[in-house]
Ligand binder design. Structure first.
Ligand code: GLA
Length: 443
């Protein structure tokens, strides 16, 4: 048995009273549903990405950090091999499914699919004798990861589930293998994302962002390096309150556009596998090789079928040139941001963040008017270094880098002006970079 206060101090630092209440409520709710006895608790954080959007699935660079908001998973083995899931939020109803190497998905959008994906992937890849589990999930505000806000609440649930199953299956995982497994597990829900969200959820360092090269090294591991957050500054996350449905299809179309670009560039640059492989070639030499728009059907006719991309119809117009332009430049911006942060050149960091936002808006076309408004309002505040949308886009949040002394002015003006301009309320919270996912203890 673990001492709760000691375990929580190790994760959250000295201010643990609200966390103690949260964990105690979860433990009580678990025992109420599943009976008395020891309960093991796991956690996985959400993330905010400072820069490097839609680069991860192109083998590119990213610079995320973990939030101090997380998903908690309370678990206990069962004598059979089924997973019984409860959630403290009534809108996520109880679910149960047998463990197997091919687990049938629940209907699209069902919350249990993230756990199913993790369970299937663990069962497949590791051939573990996994025990069944009783599980209770708590992702409620204010300590949970906001849902649908581009802060990777779904990856947090996937990662917490995988970590719990691995623990009871006796697998001593390493972060790189687990990140890859969890990234693959999320493909179960149909989105062809990269490795950023799962990697940072697993390997985050307190008070640091993580510069991650998403290209696997020959042995399958990844190159990453902690980058300290700049002293005298604060990162704010501002939730626009906008949530978009069906982003999965839009997401996969962007992935398709990038893959189409690679296929077409291969005619002049044989053997390349990702946009990353042409990072050293000047963009002005690449751009003329790419059409503005091409459809999957046209690509197929050219001998480049797009495979394994759900919900991208043959006649979908893929904006190849603009999407590749974003990715090629975004990779450079990540490298430049890391260098500028390490040299303390904050004006340069700000310029790069603003440029990244414009590129996501104009070339990748993943921002919304509300996100654009928030960034513009943020930049009006003196002391704001830079601001941009964060995560996949289509609503959700912006991230703002601001000097400490300007935080109060930000809070006093931006939400009010945002409401005046859009009629919506924005939620602002400071981001304290927290540690990565894992076992909290058995209580
Ligand atoms: C989502 C995906 C990530 C990444 C971002 C965009 O969060 O899950 O892999 O592609 O979008 O940068």
């Amino acid at each position: 048995m673990t001492d709760l206060a000691t375990a929580l101090t190790a994760v959250y630092g000295p201010e643990i009273q609200p966390q103690i209440r949260r964990y105690q409520a979860g433990l009580a709710a678990f025992r109420e549903r599943f009976g008395p006895g020891p309960v093991t608790v796991f956690r996985a954080p959400g993330r905010v990405n400072l820069i490097g959007e839609h680069t991860d699935y192109n083998d590119g660079y990213v610079l995320p950090l973990a939030l101090d908001k997380d998903v908690l998973l309370f678990a206990r083995p069962r004598p059979d091999s089924t997973i019984h899931l409860h959630n403290l939020e009534p809108r996520f109803p109880p679910r149960a499914f047998p463990l197997a190497t091919a687990i049938p998905p629940a209907p699209a959008g069902d919350w249990s699919n993230y756990v199913r994906g993790a369970a299937q992937e663990l069962a497949r890849r590791l051939g573990l004798e996994l025990p069944g589990l009783d599980v209770l999930v708590d992702g409620r505000p204010p300590h949970g990861v906001p849902r649908g806000a581009g802060l990777s609440s779904s990856s947090a649930l996937t990662v917490a589930s995988a970590v719990a199953l691995a623990y009871f299956g006796g697998w001593r995982w390493d972060g790189d293998t687990m990140a890859q497994l969890c990234s693959q597990a999320e493909w179960y829900v149909g989105t062809r994302g990269g490795i950023m969200d799962q990697y940072i959820a697993l390997q985050a360092r307190r008070d640091h962002a993580l510069f991650l090269d998403c290209r696997p090294l020959p042995g399958g591991s990844f190159r990453s390096r902690p980058v300290p957050l700049p002293p005298g500054h604060r990162l704010l996350v501002v939730d626009s309150g906008v949530r978009h449905q069906n982003t999965r299809n839009e997401f996969n179309r962007r992935v398709a556009a990038c893959r189409a670009g690679v296929a077409l560039l291969r005619r002049a640059h044989p053997g390349i596998g990702h946009l990353r492989d042409v990072e050293a070639v000047d963009w002005s030499r690449l751009e003329p090789l790419l059409p503005e728009v091409i459809t999957p059907a046209e690509l197929q006719a050219l001998g480049h079928p797009l495979e394994d991309l759900p919900n991208v119809p043959p006649d979908a117009p893929l904006r190849v040139r603009a999407c590749c332009r974003h990715v090629w430049h975004e990779n450079r911006r990540v490298l430049a941001t890391v260098a500028a942060l390490e040299r303390g050149e904050m004006a340069e960091v700000g310029r790069l963040l603003r440029e990244a936002h414009a590129s996501g808006r104009d070339d990748y076309q993943v921002t919304t008017p509300e996100l654009d408004t928030l960034v513009a309002l943020a930049m009006e505040v003196e002391g704001v270094v830079g601001a941009r949308f964060t995560g996949a886009g289509w609503g959700g949040c912006i991230v703002v880098l601001v000097r400490l002394e300007a935080v109060a002015q930000f809070l006093a003006t931006v939400p009010e002006r945002y409401r005046a301009q859009t009629g919506r309320s924005a939620t602002v919270f400071p981001c304290r970079a927290g540690p990565g996912a894992g076992l909290v203890g058995t209580f």
